[in-house]
Design a protein around this ligand. Structure first.
Ligand code: SF4
Length: 351
């Protein structure tokens, strides 16, 4: 028997669109239907992206010390999370860090700085970094993520060689003011629009697990479709101790997967990126998520560590995907480890 979401995938492949009601229903499908749901989403993914994965690499140019009040963020004013805090990296150090990610397989570097938005001097700093990066790696995409943009700043970044600008809407407009008070949802969408109209590729996504309803997840996904965001990072809340979201674990791995599939149905031909929190929320379902998403971050995040980069690469290759720009790669097989614990030894068992 064909599931309704299989028929919906057929219809989308024929040029149809999902309705908000169907998207909400998709988020409420049962765990028993999960693999079939993933299979339906993977048909849309393969139509637009084949079996490729884009690897992105984050460089946090400035960490913490932010005057804004985003309650999910470990870098926000009032956050007591014991994260790294530093002001702008020197250009040499930023280029060196980006280079490490590129050598690790990333084809896109995301240059991020905490704060409400950049001053013109900050944009110049980033432009210097981008010029150096593009001189060394002209095929690597650069995305800047510096906060709310003022007039003219997007044009300056574009001129320096920046390809894309990230500014997440983060959540539904109807939920936004519950999680942040120091700027508005419209401030966020205006910046995405500014980047787009300057000619930068708009990158905007969301964070799930903040306490929003399924309807609000869908509201945010439809807003991203409306914004025509080329890439859509899906972040899963990392509830750092010392932030207002401390201890909030509202997601299950299966629900995270349903959200990724729903995003694919709403925006079938857009880059869907598994972003912060994927390891701790998707957990053993990361491989299934790759059949629907087509992009991930390699290694670490802005303030949280990710799984080992070699595990990211193995996850991708073991599941039959190819990394854009790294089509040939080393064999990820690992030699067996001789058991030296448990029965017959004096070491504790692996249980
Ligand atoms: S999300 Fe950005 S603007 Fe908000 S507190 Fe964090 S660094 Fe500041």
């Amino acid at each position: 028997m064909t599931n309704w979401f299989d028929s919906l995938a057929d219809s989308i492949l024929d040029g149809g669109v999902i309705t908000e009601g169907q998207a909400v229903a998709m988020l409420a499908t049962s765990d028993a239907d999960l693999l079939e749901l993933v299979a339906a989403g993977s048909r849309l993914r393969r139509t637009h992206f084949g079996m490729t994965i884009k690897l992105n690499y984050l460089v946090n140019l400035k960490s913490g010390l932010c005057p804004e009040s985003c309650s999910y963020c470990s870098q926000a004013l009032g956050s007591a999370a014991p994260i790294l805090k530093y002001s702008w990296l020197k250009t040499d150090e930023a280029v060196k860090q980006a280079d490490i990610g590129i050598r690790g397989g990333a084809s896109r570097v995301c240059l991020v700085a905490s704060g409400r938005g950049p001053g013109n001097r900050d944009v110049e700093r980033v432009n210097d970094i981008v010029t150096r990066l593009k001189d060394a790696h002209d095929d690597v995409e650069v995305c800047a993520c510096l906060g709310i943009l003022k007039d003219g700043q997007a044009e300056s970044l574009l001129e320096a060689g920046v390809d894309a600008y990230n500014h997440n809407i983060n959540t539904a407009e109807s939920f936004h003011d519950t999680i942040v008070k120091s700027h508005t949802y419209t401030d966020r969408t205006n910046t995405v629009a500014k980047a787009k109209s300057a000619g930068l590729s708009p990158c905007s996504g969301l964070i799930v697990g903040l306490g929003e309803s399924d309807e609000q997840v869908v509201e945010a996904l439809f807003a991203l479709r409306e914004l025509d965001s080329d890439s859509i990072p899906i972040n899963f809340l990392v509830p750092f101790d010392g932030t207002p979201m401390e201890g909030q674990w509202n997601l299950t791995p299966a629900q995270c997967l349903r959200i990724v599939v729903t995003a694919r149905f709403v925006c079938p031909d857009k880059e869907i990126r598994l972003a912060g929190g994927r390891e701790i929320h998707l957990r053993s379902l990361q491989a299934q998520a790759l059949h629907v998403a087509n992009s991930i971050f390699l290694g670490d995040y802005l303030t949280a560590e990710g799984q080992a980069a070699e595990d990211d690469i193995a996850l991708i290759r073991d599941n039959g995907f190819t990394i854009i720009g790294q089509e040939a790669g080393p064999d990820a097989s690992r030699p067996p480890t001789i058991r030296a614990r448990g029965a017959g030894t004096t070491q504790g068992a692996n249980a």
